[in-house]
Structures are given as C-alpha cells and as structure tokens.
Design a protein around this ligand. Structure first.
Ligand code: 13P
Length: 251
C-alpha cells in the first residue's frame, strides 16, 4: 500500500540539545492529533539515539541522513546501517544531492548503501533529482532515470517495495524556488512509469514518491494534491515546528 509521508531532513543543523528540544516539541504537537500521513525526521547521527529514546517513535519515525557503504571495520568516521538501527532509527536518507555533490557519492556507492540499509531492516528514502542546467536543457527525465537505474534497479521487486523515493530538483533546494505542482506531477508520473516498466504496475503503484525542494506550509497542499506526489522531504521548514506542522497537516 502506498503511504503518504512527510519527512524532515534537518541536514547539519542543531546541537544535540537543540535537536532534542525540536523533536520533543514536534512530538508534543502531534499528540492527540489525527494525522493522515506518516511523519519522519532525518536528524544528525549524533542525535539519533537520544531523539529515538525521547519521542514516540510509533508516531514519528527517526531517520539517519546517511550510512556507510561498508558493513564494518577500518572506515574511520563512518556509521554503518547496523549502527543506525541500533539507535532506534527506522529510516535512512540516501543519495541526497548534497552528498552526491559535496561528498562524491556515486551510483555504485549508493547501490551498496541501499543494499546494506535494506539488509539491516532500514527503510531507505532514496533521493534523485536534476540540477538547473539539466532541467533547462530538457535532460531531467534522462537524469532521474539514470539515477534510479544505476542505484536501485538491481533490487528484487520485494526489496524495491521497501524503499521510498524522493524527487528533489537541486535548483529548488533551499532556494525558495519550488517546482510547480504541474512540474512535480509530470516528473513523478514519469518516475512511477519508469518503476512500472521495470517492476510492474503493482510495485509502482505501491511506491511512495516524495517531493523535496522549498516545500512549505503555503505550497504543500497543492503539491500533495497531485496523484503521483505522495508527500514531501522537507529541509528548512522542518527546523521549526510551526513551519513543519502545516506541511504535515496538508494531508
Ligand atoms: P529545502 O526544503 O530547504 O529546500 O530542502 C529540501 C531538501 O533538501 C530536503 O532533503
């Protein structure tokens, strides 16, 4: 069954205490509210265990923002999928455009990360999306297709059924320039068709495809009203409960 999901991505923001306060505030804001989507927060690795212990994780899923492409061993500074799971986190954001651009993540490393996340029982939120130049030259369909094919089309249908996709056009991230509802629907429908061509209509229909990039309380309703937009991956607006709640309540 396809789920509607609103996921925050805190990126490299908040100290541990600030993050704990933010997570507790969100937990309190959601208490007793009828919510029509799954809620996830992607938080810095240093915060995972404390936040998972401090909130109701049946209401708010906790996500790591990355994990290693190796199982364990001499990889100084890396955090494995098993370590992420041991904190109480249930999700991991993989392939964010910032990690691709600044930390050299490739389709090959992302393939490994996805397999390890799944093997450890984490739900990957797998990010794809084109840069402005690719959009302006009409290459965005080819770019997202290649990103999906190169990293997650090696999965079995059963494995693929466990991942969430997030389409985040890089030109819309942190810029205040959101994709229009029509642009989002067009490419989300294309992504779903691409998945259907590989895994069949049922797997494609069950796959949640989130939109990310300057999504906020004012535009979420229109974006989420599209048949192929199943929620959002939210950066800036996830850092304040009064900005994040209206996006959750857009469903
Ligand atoms: P903004 O919502 O700040 O544009 O960030 C989107 C994003 O990158 C979420 O992963």
């Amino acid at each position: 069954m396809r789920k509607n999901i609103v996921a925050g991505n805190w990126k490299m923001n908040t100290t541990l205490n600030e993050g704990l306060e933010l997570a507790k505030e969100l937990d309190a804001a959601l208490k007793g509210k009828a919510i029509n989507c799954d809620v996830v927060i992607g938080v810095p690795a240093t915060h995972l265990a404390s936040i998972a212990a401090a909130i109701d994780t049946t209401k708010i899923g906790v996500a790591a923002e990355n994990c290693a492409d190796k199982v364990s061993g001499a990889y100084t500074g890396e955090i494995s999928a098993a370590m992420v799971v041991s904190t109480g986190a249930k999700y991991v954001i993989l392939g964010h455009s910032e990690r691709r651009a600044y930390y050299g993540e490739t389709e090959t490393t992302l393939k490994e990360k996805t397999l390890l996340a799944l093997a450890n029982g984490l739900t990957p939120i797998f990010c794809i999306g084109e840069v402005l130049e690719e959009r302006e030259s009409g290459k965005h369909f080819d770019v997202v297709k290649a990103q999906i094919e190169g990293s997650v089309f090696n999965l079995s249908a059963e494995e693929f059924g466990k991942i969430v996709l997030a389409y985040e056009p890089v030109w819309a991230i942190g810029t205040g320039k959101t994709a229009s509802a029509a642009q989002a629907q067009e490419i989300h429908a294309f992504i779903r068709q691409t998945v259907a061509a590989k895994y069949g209509a049922t797997v494609a229909d069950d796959c949640s495809i989130l939109y990310g990039g300057s999504c906020n309380g004012a535009n979420a309703k229109e974006l989420f009203a599209n048949p192929d937009v199943d929620g959002g991956l939210i950066g800036g607006a996830a850092l304040a409960v009064d900005k994040f709640m209206p996006i959750i309540e857009a469903f």
